[in-house]
Design a protein around this ligand. Structure first.
Ligand code: HEC
Length: 401
């Protein structure tokens, strides 16, 4: 396949991905509640319900990464083919589109309000703050105040769900209307037909096999949490480590230099195709090397647990700290306190126990207490945590498991 073909293909795929992202985002906004207390639950609801809601979320999540890749390939082949000085307007609008897409990823990252979203956004806003002179103002504007608060989420949601999509639509329309050969060809009948089929296949594979990750809900007290950016920002994260003594190099100088370079390419002296390949190769290798170093440095970090797995671990910890005393380490009802005071704690490992109870009764007992000795936990545990305890008890103690 030659560069020309890759260029056209990446343009087509990017347009397809962008449209699917718009549509799925539109779908998601129907179920999403942009408030501090409910954002996470609304995403969790989609996840638990499975089906179409979960599928749309996964689609939205994975296509955003897909678009980062296809857009990058489009830009780099645009450059390699030497089209930049010929099609200045198209180059600028393509760059603008790409920046909007990155901005969309930056803001969309916070919306699920899980641990990664919350702490990752804290780090990003911290980076924004290090921009000389303007940093604090920009960060406060994004945050809606000096600290992360309920305003923050609604601002990010407005930018992600209203402002950027409008700008994206305008930019794409201008690009499409610019009567540019590759785009005109794209809009021909056959490519729309094949694009749609490809899109359908993609939707199927992306969303039925893997679901978009979700961690525990954001916990602003958990300062131990180590956030990591998405894969495409890892290089910037790594780069930041080398310029800790002057963080503005990463937050201002590098983006400014990069932007000026990209927008300045049309004015550079016409370079030979060999030079262009060298520049592109240099660019990609720096990206690859920095990303590789971070991945290597992070290889021993504990795996990020998905919501269900993390809830299980948390339930186990809760059990050992809150319930062990009476119910015993293995659920047999033989904890130290039960033994000392002769409490009648049930044995969760017996079939006879599970036969005379049910989920509602167990949840109620944990929430409100039971008999004279089982304390209530409604102040210590949330509904989700209580449900997770029940789930953990079933998996760990139920005799049929
Ligand atoms: C101070 C001792 C004590 C602690 C602490 C305690 N329990 Fe209990 N628990 C009991 C006793 C005693 C019973 C039996 C109550 C009865 O049936 O009258 C009981 C009953 C239960 C039951 C049976 C409910 C049913 O009707 O099927 C469940 C489930 C349960 N506890 C879960 C927990 C969990 C989960 C924790 C920790 C979050 C916990 N308990 C902490 C003493 C305790």
């Amino acid at each position: 396949m030659n560069v020309q073909a890759i260029f056209k293909l990446s343009a087509g795929i990017s347009f397809l991905f962008l449209s699917l992202l718009m549509i799925s985002g539109w779908g998601l906004s129907g179920g999403y509640i942009p408030s501090d207390s409910e954002a996470f639950s609304s995403i969790l609801y989609l996840r638990k319900m499975g089906g179409i809601g979960q599928m749309i979320r996964s689609l939205h999540f994975y296509l955003s990464s897909g678009l980062i890749i296809s857009g990058f390939i489009f830009l780099i082949t645009f450059f390699l083919l030497g089209y930049v000085s010929q099609y200045v307007k198209q180059w600028y609008f393509s760059l603008a589109l790409y920046f909007l897409i990155v901005g969309s990823c930056f803001t969309g990252y916070l919306l699920p309000m899980d641990q990664n979203a919350f702490w990752g956004t804290q780090v990003r806003l911290g980076i924004v703050e290090t921009i000389p002179l303007l940093g604090l103002t920009i960060a406060n504007l994004l945050r809606g105040g000096l600290t992360f608060g309920s305003e923050t989420l609604s601002r990010f949601f407005t930018i992600h769900g209203s402002i950027i999509p409008v700008l994206l639509s305008f930019t794409s329309i201008i690009l499409i209307q610019s009567q540019w050969e590759p785009i005109k060809e794209l809009l021909s009948k056959s490519s729309i037909f094949f694009g749609t089929i490809l899109g359908m296949i993609l939707i199927y594979f992306l969303t039925y096999s893997i679901s978009a990750p979700l961690e525990l809900p954001a916990n602003p007290i958990d300062v131990e949490y180590i956030p990591r950016p998405e894969w495409y920002f890892l290089w910037l994260f790594e780069f930041g480590k080398y310029v800790e003594w002057a963080p503005w190099i990463r937050s201002a100088l590098l983006p400014l230099a990069g932007t000026l370079f990209l927008f300045g390419i049309p004015f550079l002296k016409q370079n030979s195709s060999k030079q262009r390949y060298m520049i592109a190769a240099g660019w990609c290798s720096i990206w690859l090397i920095l990303t590789g170093i971070t991945l290597y440095a992070d290889r021993n970090l504990p795996d990020k647990l998905d919501y269900e797995a993390a809830m299980f671990v948390q339930a186990d910890e809760n059990y050992q700290s809150l319930c062990y005393d009476c119910h015993g380490a293995t659920g047999k009802g033989d904890g130290p306190q039960s033994k000392t005071f002769g409490l009648e704690s049930p044995d969760f490992t017996l079939m006879t126990y599970w036969k005379q109870t049910n989920d509602d009764q167990i949840i109620k007992a944990i929430k409100d207490g039971k008999g004279k000795d089982m304390p209530d936990f409604k102040k210590k545990l949330t509904q989700h945590q209580i449900e997770a305890l029940l789930n953990m008890m079933k998996i760990s103690y139920h005799p049929n498991n």
